[in-house]
Design a binder for this molecule. Sequence first.
Ligand code: ADP
Ligand code: MG
Ligand code: MG
Length: 869
Amino acid sequence: KKYVYFFSEGNKEMKSLLGGKGANLAEMNKIGLPVPPGFTITTKACNRYYECDREIDKEIKEQIFNNLKILERETGKVFGDSENPLLVSVRSGAVISMPGMMDTVLNLGLNDITVKGLSKKTNNERFAYDSYRRFIQMFGDVVLGIPKYKFDSVLEKVKMEKRVENDTELTIDDLREMIKKYKDLIKKEARIDFPDNPEEQLMMAVKAVFDSWNNSRAIVYRKINDIPHHLGTAVNVQSMVFGNMGENSGTGVAFTRHPSTGKKEIFGEFLLNAQGEDVVAGIRTPKPISELKNIMPKVYDEFVKITEILENHYKDMQDIEFTIEEGKLYILQTRNGKRTAKAAVNIAVDMANEGLIDKKTAVMRIDPQQIGQLLYPTFKSEELKKAKKIAEGLPASPGAATGKIYFNAEDAVKAADSGEKVILVRVETSPEDIEGMVKAEAILTARGGMTSHAAVVARGMGKCCVAGCGEIRIEEHNKLFRAGDKVYREGDFISIDGNTGKVYEGIIETKDADLIGNFGVLMEWADEFRRLRVRTNADTPRDSEIAVKFGAEGIGLCRTEHMFFKENRILAVREMIISKTVEERKKALDKLLPFQKEDFIGIFRAMGCRPVTIRLLDPPLHEFLPNKDEDIKILAKEIGVEFNALKDKIEELKEFNPMLGHRGCRLGITYPEIYEMQVKAIILAAIEVKEKFGIEIKPEIMIPLVGIEREIEIIKQLINQTAENIMSEKGMKIAYKVGTMIEVPRAALIADKIAKHAEFFSFGTNDLTQMTFGFSRDDSGKFINEYREKEIFEKDPFARLDQVGVGKLVEMAINLGRQTRKDIKLGICGEHGGEPQSIDFFHRIGLDYVSCSPYRVPIARLAAAQAAI
Ligand code: ADP
Ligand code: MG
Ligand code: MG
């Protein structure tokens, strides 16, 4: 069996066998680029190593040394030779590149004898000893596991004693002294003599690469990133080229386009007289690549040409590592470069316009999750330049906001309700702060990390947040914070940037994200390919407008309960709930009707002629009532009832399990007047918008939580009756539809019967997931992490649809529904409607649309296109 491939035997398609680095080294060799020769020990050899209880078996060893012979022939050097020694690098190379795995060992093959040969042959003694000390350090660190800082502190000490700043200023004698100290360190730490024999060095290094596949950092990384453990890593053994031979040598890294803006220009850094990772190690400050043009114009020109060749060949932005040895350029690695969302979009669209890739490829290049970053407001750049930064914390949730500071939720809510823009500043947040967070433009905390309460909640709300900003010292009781020597008090303006974590004094103007430029172009291309329509979940005109700007084609879910919470109506809602008679209830509902109507008018106008699905009241009623005695007392006074009577009523409404309680269409069955009022408001609003603005509205009225055929039958009749009455009274027809959520498993099972009455289904996958699994979203937090650790769940089923179980119910309901009503409209409005992998599933099973929060609309458009390509 073949376990080792010389570079000339491979190509870029062989990644799974040769690893990413090896396959690309082979490919670059194939297309004639200057790559130092070498060979790759395959991932199969790695797997074999583990099968043999961490032993490299004879066959593999033989193949390694056979290839080493070929390498000697190609280079004209001999491994371990005292006159003309071959030195190699040993480089790990997994199929998917993984930080945390073994680093590279350079200059392998050196010992007290070969170093003299190298010195004589190159006529550069300093270089030879510099390479030797580097080798011992890397071998000690990477292969023997001695912490790097121990070597560094030896180096620092020598540098101090010799009073030099840079390692390049050390003399040959200094280097000799260091080599001795390094060897002593190895003896002390690893309790072995530094191995002199190059063959032994090589086998130890190869083994170390194989072992690093299963070190704990690598295992954790694979878990987080869903990389299978059985892949194994390849090992590249490559003849050395030297960037540390003097001032006409050097090493560097460069991207073919700018990795943060995507601009078409070479972007990178290099260091003269340096080797390997000196550039990233931060020992010396590297120079921008453009300066190479002045220092070595010929090399620079050649490098530019090679970047063009590589980009054209791989048809993607490349991240390239190179070394210059005495004026000769070598390429040591290329791969598709990592980039920001902005760069990704610009590069994909530019490349398609240049004809390098087609539109489909451009659309496939963008990670839908990543473009979320591009959708939030930002500060105007001219304004930002003038701004004064006062502190910096963690960029916990993207966006940019300006507002007056308030130090507790209550004050924040009050200020926001009186029309002010508010930034909530807390040492850290807790669930009690939720209302304040909802009302605030942004949140700033002094304590807590990227997964603190503030950060998680803010991201969920799509709200800007800077967390863990320890530079500000908050005195919550005094309602002030200090930054530097300045004091900022309640009501002062600050501005915070959730993309950078920076906090500024005063007002900075923001601008909304637009789907303009290349981003707009890309979204248009995505629309050409997708079949799934994309709607939004929105219940205010403002959200509706944002969603339309982001390309929403309608509202898939308008929740009516949020409208009930508003200051000026909650009282009427509460009166309605505690009414003793139908008459009383109707009276309270009459007060709500005009509010609801206005809400719908606002939304209809924002959506124009796009379809709007409105869900009738869903949550259990006690959610609208106060809990605490003091609040109950206030309410009792406001509506003129006895405190005790009110308290009893509230007690009575409490449920053991509200999620499975008196909610959804069960409310409509028991209190038909509530749904009647809502339907009236919908139809009246549609009539008014048609009359006043000439917009033809086709509302889709959606009944929640249906599980029994009779439920929908009864409520549909109520809806039709109510609508007919109003329409004949007003003398105008509105083409409304009636449909239902499919969110109770029983509804999915009898979808054929339900479809007799429903003109559309919308899958409420949040409830459907809860009820199918039999655990609630609010309580699953207690065990879901452990479920993931024990690999019972790969992913939280509330975040990504469980295709096997819940998905099966959805599929079944689709088929049953279509059996009864061929043209039934099918959508999904759960949280999953904005999650790319779930969207792919919804595309495959043939839904008509997905509906998601406004900020996820572009993500869904892109994911839907990728599902269709
Ligand atoms: P990583 O995967 O961490 O980037 P690499 O295997 O690419 O590790 O090695 C890191 C650096 O070591 C390279 O960028 C290059 O500068 C240097 N290097 C690796 N192999 C050689 C070689 N054969 N000759 C000279 N330098 C090398
Ligand atoms: Mg590295
Ligand atoms: Mg590299």
